[in-house]
Design a protein around this ligand. Structure first.
Ligand code: TXA
Ligand code: MG
Length: 324
């Protein structure tokens, strides 16, 4: 059976909230990417997420909550974490904190910390309110593939593995949340860059916010979130400016519509060149280029000093282009 894509009517929202309360899976829109949601305190429901995605058990899930009060039932907050939640929630910031005992081990891959965020998408919030439970939700894609930013993307990847997708249109941010480890508040660490940048967090907290260095080459099991290859198209992807002579059997992805180039193998990420637009379109364009069955995809990276969400975009490109 194929998954049903539900328009967000009040009746459908009530029905899907009931599915979640009973331990079922529902793909839901968030402002970053679509998530595959399940009752976070129901171990069986969470196991079904891993099964549907083909996700390895050592990669923990993000738990979505309505607000800070709900989050405090699941994790031990410190003053810095509370301050961050008050300033950036609802929004694309995930906080990693020591978990409370009610959070099942499957959610945290057996670890002592849990990742939490309050999503800003109005439909995600309506569903959280109606269901009245925390929702574990990784991105709603097959493990390792490009994250979904529309209901159709979810159905493309998981259509035969899940029953319900809530249609919330295209995601406004387009790349996954910033994951910030605040278990040691004097030394916050970015585990995954996102729309809320290191510079913004540093200014707000008044302490240095560093990315965690990836040190897992050769290790049997990478630290959570540190998988080198991820977010990847099936076609070989190279970070390489597609201008000049783009071979006809190579799909080229430019940051902006290129002046000279045209043709079925020419793609671009933005009309106006803003970073927000590039982030919003990135996964949709990568998917289209991947489905176009070219021999390779060449994509232009952003200049490292472009600021804002640049670090997140370049991080995803690097991981999408990492060799198997
Ligand atoms: O924007 C987002 O964060 C989206 C939407 C659906 O909320 N979710 C998302 O989930 O991207 P996922 O599972 O695809 O990525 C979650 C990341 C993974 O890299 C995971 O390893 C990391 O968060 N993570 C989860 N729990 C963690 C923990 N306790 N410690 C460290 N990293 C954790
Ligand atoms: Mg993911």
């Amino acid at each position: 059976m194929k998954a049903r894509i539900h328009p967000p009517t009040p009746a459908n929202l009530r029905r899907l909230a009931a599915v979640l309360r009973r331990g079922g899976l529902v793909a839901i829109p968030t402002e970053t990417v679509y998530g595959l949601a399940a009752h976070a305190l129901d171990e069986r429901a969470c196991r079904a997420i891993f099964r549907a995605k083909g996700r390895p058990a050592h990669d923990p899930l993000i738990v979505h909550v309505l607000n800070l009060a709900h989050a405090e039932q699941l994790a031990e907050f410190n003053p810095a974490a509370r301050k961050l939640a008050r300033r950036f929630w609802p929004g694309p910031l995930t906080l990693v904190l020591p978990k409370k005992t009610c959070v099942p081990a499957i959610v945290t891959s057996g670890g002592g910390t849990v990742a939490l965020r309050a999503p800003a998408h109005p439909l995600a919030r309506r569903l959280l309110k109606l269901a009245g439970i925390p929702l574990a939700a990784p991105s709603a894609n097959l493990f390792g593939y490009i994250s979904p930013t529309s209901a159709a993307h979810v159905a493309d990847g998981l259509g035969r593995r899940i029953k319900h997708v809530l249609d919330g249109g295209a995601c406004a941010v387009g790349v996954e949340s910033t994951v910030l480890d605040v278990t040691h508040p004097e030394k916050p660490r970015i585990l995954r860059p996102g729309a809320i940048t290191a510079a913004t967090l540093e200014k707000f907290l008044g302490v240095a916010v560093r990315p965690v260095r990836r040190r897992n080459s050769g290790q049997a099991m990478p630290a959570p979130g540190m998988l080198e290859r991820h977010y990847s198209p099936r076609t070989l992807l190279r970070i390489r400016h597609p201008g000049g002579r783009l071979p006809p059997d190579v799909a080229g992805i430019f940051l902006r519509q290129p002046a000279g180039a045209a043709g079925p193998n020419v793609y671009w990420l933005s009309d106006h060149g803003t970073l927000e637009e590039i982030a919003r379109n990135l996964y949709r364009v990568l998917r289209r280029a991947d489905q176009s069955r070219h021999r390779e995809i060449w994509i232009e990276a952003l200049p490292a000093d472009a600021g804002g969400i640049t670090a997140a975009i370049n991080d995803r490109l690097k991981r999408a282009a990492a060799r198997r």
